[in-house]
Design a binder for this molecule. Sequence first.
Ligand SMILES: [Zn+2]
Length: 229
Amino acid sequence: MAKGLRLVLFGPPGAGKGTQTRLLSGHLEVQAISTGDLFRSNLQRQTPLGLRASEYMNQGILVPDEVTIDIVLEKVMSLNSDDGFILDGFPRNPIQASALEEALDRRSRPVDLVIFIDVPDEELVRRLGGRLMCRNCQTPYTMEEDGQPEGAANRVCDSCGGDLYQRDDDSPAAVSKRIEVYHSETLPVLDFYRDKGLLARVDGVAAVEKVHNRVLKQIQRVSKTEDRE
Ligand SMILES: [Zn+2]
């Protein structure tokens, strides 16, 4: 079922989009396209787009939409038009959403569904503020109430032995700023897709597996509709 679905996983920072995208891409056997991974790989390979992005990043400036759009669309358009994909971390604002729509319309292969993983702000603050990351393999860990990361003793990564740290991005001030930016810039993307009838909301406050099942339920709806056609 659901072969070739084109999906967007949408939600605030800390909603678990990355984890849900990985689970879903395994389940549906479609490619996950994460903006973060694309940036990293373009930077590592020093592609022209990666070099453009690094000029901004080195100055601590937000990478402009045109560069982000080029990086993501280059990847999306490199797929066969009947291949499915799951976008994680894109579109981040209505300008990016329009650019994606335009590109997919050229192939007559629009987005099938946008899944909104909804998590209230207080929960996001709790999650992001309690997050540690492995310096080496980037695995995220959650700090428990005693200040120790879950599943990793002595702040050492369970999978690679790397050292766990709190990213600057996850400091209390940075967390409130990220949530604020999400509300002002990213949330309007929801209206964009709601108007097109593509939005499915999932309650993101639950264990990872449970949220995954909720996501699957929403997807089964669209794939059933398509099977009938
Ligand atoms: Zn590690």
